[in-house]
Design a protein around this ligand. Structure first.
Ligand code: ATP
Ligand code: MG
Length: 330
């Protein structure tokens, strides 16, 4: 057991964290299929129940506004907008969104992370208490609130955040009847080009309208794939969606990289998955493998990226290596 700020964190906490929401989701899905209610919305509500910084009784970060932002210390190059995407749940999208963004911030890049998942895991994982958030990405997409008014600056060194709250769960349904519904996020993020080196979008685990908004807004995709038996399940469907958006709405969209997550070097399965994924995607797979470590699953409960929570551990090291690879890829 380890302790931080007086709060005990046991190994089993992260196991409980993983298991409870999954069980609840299945039960609610069954029930609501019968009721004829939107399944994905319900899934989101239940996953919101995942313990967060609030349940750990920690102080959340004071929420600043964009006008308090520290001056940028270098000339920003061309902004690259990267959606972290895989409709499969629990593959490490939010973990990668938080820790890659923070690692790039630490090596001097200006980064914006847009939390586009109603679960808001990127927001709580960076220490933002969602009940304190006035406007979130929902208001940018549906209420025409300028994105600058929603940005929380300097959540970590070099890293700003557009938070998500559970309000976003309604967006999938409300977007259906809106004009230019696929372009909402692209228009908002477009106004930030030249202000950041990287804009990352943490996508929800579905291929609904929010994800389509991310596919339209993004220049590139970063696809995390978990080293497990069904690693490539659903990837064909994701690539189909990408092709459809590419041919109709975003012709320059492409894959930036495929990232293997939760790698366990002690198992043959992990090694086989690496081989299979490298065989399927070739060179676009990052050389960096993200190891399965308890520290990576603990860090969000403390509202900290791994580079702060356990700066010398192998989780932090792997995300720093990934950040360097990302920079090298341009
Ligand atoms: N490298 C890792 N080592 C150990 N645990 C990890 C690692 N990466 C992610 N996890 C844990 O696995 C769970 C799922 O990770 P995460 O939330 O990042 O996935 P996700 O793809 O964003 O999920 P969702 O589809 O629900 O948004 C979390 O509890 C997280 O803490
Ligand atoms: Mg997530």
């Amino acid at each position: 057991m380890s302790f931080r700020k007086g709060v005990p964190v046991g190994l089993f906490d992260s196991l409980k964290r993983d298991r409870k929401p999954a069980e609840t989701v299945i039960r609610e899905q069954d029930r609501n299929v019968e009721d004829g209610i939107d399944i994905e919305t319900v899934e989101v509500v239940e996953r919101e129940a995942r313990p967060s910084v609030i349940e750990n009784d920690l102080e959340s970060k004071p929420i600043k506004s964009f006008k308090d932002k520290a001056p940028v210390t270098h000339v920003v190059g061309q902004t690259k907008v990267v959606a972290i995407i895989n409709q499969k749940g629990g593959v490490g999208k939010s973990t990668t969104a938080i820790n890659l963004s923070a690692a790039l911030g630490e090596i001097g890049k200006q980064v914006l992370l847009v939390d586009l998942d109603p679960q808001g895991n990127s927001s709580s994982g960076l220490g933002i208490e969602k009940s304190q958030v006035k406007n979130c990405v929902y208001d940018v997409i549906l209420n025409d609130v300028p994105i600058e008014e929603v940005i929380i600056p300097d959540v970590c060194e070099g890293l700003d955040l557009v938070p998500a709250t559970i309000n976003l769960a309604g967006a999938e349904v409300e977007l259906v009847s809106e004009m230019a519904r696929e372009n909402r996020l692209k228009d908002a993020v477009g106004s930030l080009r030249g202000k950041y080196d990287y804009v990352f979008i943490d996508c929800p685990p579905s291929l609904g309208l929010l994800t389509v908004n991310a596919l339209v807004a993004a220049d590139k995709l970063l696809i995390p794939i978990q080293c497990e038996f069904y690693a490539l399940e659903g990837v064909t469907k994701l690539l189909d969606s990408m092709k459809r958006v590419k041919s109709r709405l975003n012709p320059t969209l492409d894959i930036f990289g495929v990232l293997l997550t939760m790698y366990d070097g002690r198992t043959t399965l992990s090694k086989q998955v690496v081989e299979e994924v490298r065989g399927y995607f070739g060179k676009i797979v990052f050389s960096t493998l993200i190891p399965r470590t308890v520290k990576l699953s603990e860090a969000p409960s403390f509202g900290q990226p791994i580079t702060q929570y356990d700066p010398t551990g192998k989780g932090a090291q792997s995300y720093m290596n990934l950040a360097k690879e990302v920079v090298q890829r341009g």
